[in-house]
Write a new protein. Structure first.
Lengths: 502, 322
């Protein structure tokens, strides 16, 4: 593969933001028909690098060469002209418009300013066929799921004659089946000579589809290795040290029942949910995407209404529901989407950390800001949140540190039972371990944790008991000893098949 | 006006910091210097207090508007609510024979009620703030016309006090503006509802999931905005010595402009009372200056439009370069 001349070559790329060196010297190259993985912790510089390649940011030093010629990318249009297409984590789709209009956005076939719908749909259908998207091009994008929206993005990129496709965590929001399909598509594109830059935190995907891996750490490219490099070696390169245990769960004595949920039902979302969480225990909710885990957590917390059932915390049942009531009972929820549900991104670390305790710190309508600032300082210290100070804006922190801020605002309120929804999604290996240690701290202090996660090794590694959900019901329970990926998946899938047989 | 900057740093660097953070303040200084050069009258104490008096009504409306804009909303009804409150006060005193202070309280309560209705429509009726307050703009103006029969209403002497001058030189509107400005800064920075404004404006869903009762807070926010509008209405009635059903028409746009010139984003989550204060002064200095220079009022509108665009443009550019 190394004989082919590099399609894209990056050398000594440096990008500075005020006060931060985001990229401190990155070099790598990409040959036709290669899937080149960028691997690194959150904050290692991957996003900045691809934004430089997409023309969103302009680098301060270093060169970018396409077909062996140095290029300067003043904007995204320059990158597109050179055949570089980027699929960002947040899609650039106009969801109200049809698939065809999105694929050909700004380039719709037209005469004298009037769009020719039949030709537009025909051209778009050709581009869609290349990615195996066989739906009506007139379908509105809003009616598609995440996986298909992603295919629309890829079809759009290919219709621009992209030779270089940059994909930023394309599998983060996909189910296993959808990931399989995406990887198959990537293989096909590779055989057609398309070069791809692929970002993922999932080491198994990297091994399945990747050719070479360039590891980034602290804004520098550390080394480029074959994708077959052993996991522990990749992790060592990434964090600069080896992580002894990926899942450092400290199990202790299990105490009294803290949370008891009985016959919880919300028509169309979940049915007859019964579960208990005891002091010192981490209970996992496993299952496929759409099995109803998030819905159950939100209903227990009080964020959504339910039809029947009771939620009892520390022996006190509650009829009235609502978020304020849930918090009063001693519940907390770390939601699945930290950017949209967990954080006020434009506000400071201190403001975010104080959000839950705001009411407590208020006397006669006036907030004791000194107390909140002190609590935030202590929280930042004890959670080891890497931020210049508590006045820094949360949007400038890396994903792992942002997640710690969301955890922190709840830990400061010291809930009896903390509900975690995908607590480590989009978080790097190092920060994951720190989050697991926070969970350990909670349980050793006699609190309980109920955690939903799509990351099976995590559920198996961290939870003491695992409840498997399928189609809105709990279909089985496994102890920590019984749980393997196979036993959990067998339960998660089995119920689906039996209902399909009806 | 209080600002949040740590008192430890020396005054000069604090001043620099404040100037750098707030493009409107720079613009105000430049405008002030330019006017001082162009017109010998501008810097006279009499003219400066005049500017303050002219700024007062818009500034008071804008302080209330700041609460709403920080929480990512908009309140188009403030001008109409101001007029309605003044009419209710005048009607209560003149037609119902209520004691002046009860009539004034009735006027303020009318404002509060209008704001609470806005809040209910927005929080529980799920109407966009733009629509709900646009409806109130029409309803409140209409009620003001109905109550007054379309003609000015006599207001009690106590209301006229709001438009008078203390000790022969200090205009009461100026005092009320400063007091309400300090109050607005206090509400924004130090109170529960104030911190909720920033949280709701920054990310409503995160605020809700953190236990903030967003619906209830919005009731309070729109109630505060309309109550500030009612005070503005009384100040205006004091200056005009009567309740005018068509008073303050279009002032909602001046109030929004003052907030935006002051550095707040219509997307919510940012904004300060001091910025709004400066924004209102910028508008007043331009109007006053153009009057002193004998520029026609038709041209004044053109200039003000350009200034609004320029203020926000420079702010956007400065933020981009950061």
């Amino acid at each position: 593969m190394s004989q082919a001349p590099p399609l894209l070559q990056v050398e000594g790329l440096v990008k500075r933001f005020p006060g931060v060196v985001a990229l401190g010297g990155v070099s790598f190259d990409l040959v036709p028909g290669e899937v080149h993985v960028l691997l690194g912790e959150n904050g290692a510089g991957k996003s900045t690098l691809i934004k430089c390649l997409a023309g969103v940011h302009q680098s301060d030093e270093g060169t970018i060469m396409v077909d062996g010629k140095p290029v300067v990318l003043h904007g995204t249009a320059d990158a597109e002209r050179l055949g570089i297409a980027t699929i960002h984590q947040e899609f650039n789709l106009v969801t109200q418009l049809s698939v065809a209009e999105n694929v050909l956005l700004g380039r719709q076939p037209r005469s004298a300013g009037i769009i020719k719908p039949s030709e537009m749909n025909r051209v778009a259908a050709q581009a869609m066929a290349k990615v195996g998207l066989t739906i009506d091009p007139r379908t509105p994008v809003s009616s598609l799921g995440v996986a298909r929206q992603q295919l629309v993005e890829i079809a759009k990129a290919l219709s621009l004659d992209a030779r270089i496709l940059i994909m930023d965590e394309p599998t983060a929001a996909l189910t296993d089946d959808e990931v399989d399909r995406l990887l198959a598509l990537m293989e096909e594109l590779r055989s057609r000579g398309v070069a791809m830059v692929f970002i993922s935190h999932h080491l198994d995907e990297i091994r399945r589809i990747g050719d070479r891996v360039t590891v980034l750490r602290d804004g520098k490219s550390i080394s480029t290795v074959p994708a077959s490099t052993p996991t522990h070696e990749l992790v060592r390169l990434m964090v600069g040290r080896s992580i002894d245990a990926q899942y450092p769960r400290a199990r202790g004595e299990v105490g009294d029942v803290l949370l008891s949920v009985e016959a919880l039902t919300a028509k169309g979302r979940f049915e007859d949910i019964n579960l208990e969480v005891r002091a010192g225990e981490v209970v996992g909710l496993a299952g496929l995407v759409g099995a109803g885990r998030t819905e159950v957590l939100r209903a227990i917390f009080g964020a959504d209404a339910f039809d029947t059932g009771t939620v009892t915390v520390k022996g006190k049942p509650s009829r009235r529901r609502g978020i304020a009531r849930g918090i009063e009972q001693g519940l907390g929820l770390v939601p699945e989407d930290r950017k949209h549900q967990g954080l006020v991104l434009g506000a400071s670390v201190a403001d975010n950390m104080g959000l839950v305790l705001l009411r407590d710190a208020t006397r006669a309508g006036v907030v004791n800001l000194g107390r909140l600032a002190e609590l935030a300082r202590r929280g930042v210290e004890s959670l080891r949140i890497r931020t210049p100070n508590t006045k820094a804006l949360v949007k400038n922190l890396s994903g792992g540190n942002q997640q710690k801020v969301v955890m922190g605002k709840w830990l400061l309120a010291d809930p009896t039972v903390l509900l975690l929804d995908e607590p480590t999604r989009g978080v790097d290996v190092g920060a994951k371990v720190e989050i697991y240690n926070l969970i350990n701290d909670m349980t050793s202090a006699g609190r309980g944790v109920l955690m939903a996660s799509s990351d099976l090794p995590e559920v198996i590694g961290i939870c003491d008991r695992i409840l498997v959900m399928a189609q809105g019901r709990i279909v089985g329970e496994l102890s920590h000893e019984e749980a393997t990926q196979a036993t959990v998946m067998a339960l998660a899938v089995q119920e689906m098949e039996s209902t399909r047989a009806h | 006006m209080p600002t949040d900057i740590a008192p430890a740093s020396p005054w000069s660097s604090r001043a620099k910091e404040t100037l750098g953070q707030n493009g409107a303040l720079g613009a105000l200084v430049v405008l002030g210097i330019a006017m001082a050069i162009l017109s010998p009258v501008f810097l006279t104490p009499q003219n400066l207090t005049n500017v303050g008096t002219q700024a007062a009504v818009v500034a008071i409306l804008a302080f209330g508007q700041t609460f709403v804009i920080v929480s990512a909303g908009i309140d188009l009804s403030v001008g109409s609510v101001a007029a309605l409150s003044a009419i209710v006060t005048g009607y209560g005193a003149s037609n119902l024979g209520l004691p002046a202070w009860i009539a004034i309280l009735l006027g303020l309560a009318t404002g509060l009620a209008a704001g609470v209705v806005n809040g209910i429509l927005i929080s529980y009726g799920r109407l966009p703030a733009f629509i709900a307050t646009m409806a109130m703009l029409s309803v409140a103006r209409g009620l003001a016309l109905v109550l007054s029969n379309g003609i000015p209403v006599k207001v009690p002497a106590e209301v006229a006090f709001f438009g008078s001058t203390l000790g022969g030189w200090l205009p009461v509107p100026l005092v009320i503006m400063v007091v309400l400005g300090v109050l607005a800064a206090f509400i924004l920075n130090r109170t529960y509802v104030g911190r909720c404004m920033y949280a709701i404006g920054g990310n409503e869903e995160a605020a809700r999931l953190s236990g903030i009762n967003v619906g209830r807070q919005k009731l309070i926010i729109y109630g505060l905005s309309a109550t500030f509008a009612a005070v503005a209405g009384l100040v205006l009635a004091g200056r005009l010595a009567s309740g005018q059903p068509q008073a303050a028409a279009g002032y909602e746009l001046d109030a929004i402009a003052a907030v935006v010139i002051g550095g707040a984003s219509l997307a919510g989550g940012t904004g300060r009372a001091f910025g709004t204060f400066v924004g209102a002064l910028v508008l007043a200095v331009i109007r006053n200056g153009l009057n002193l220079l004998n520029v026609s009022s038709f041209w004044q509108q053109v200039v003000i439009g350009i200034v609004i665009a320029l203020a926000v443009l420079t702010d956007t550019l400065r933020r981009k370069s950061k």
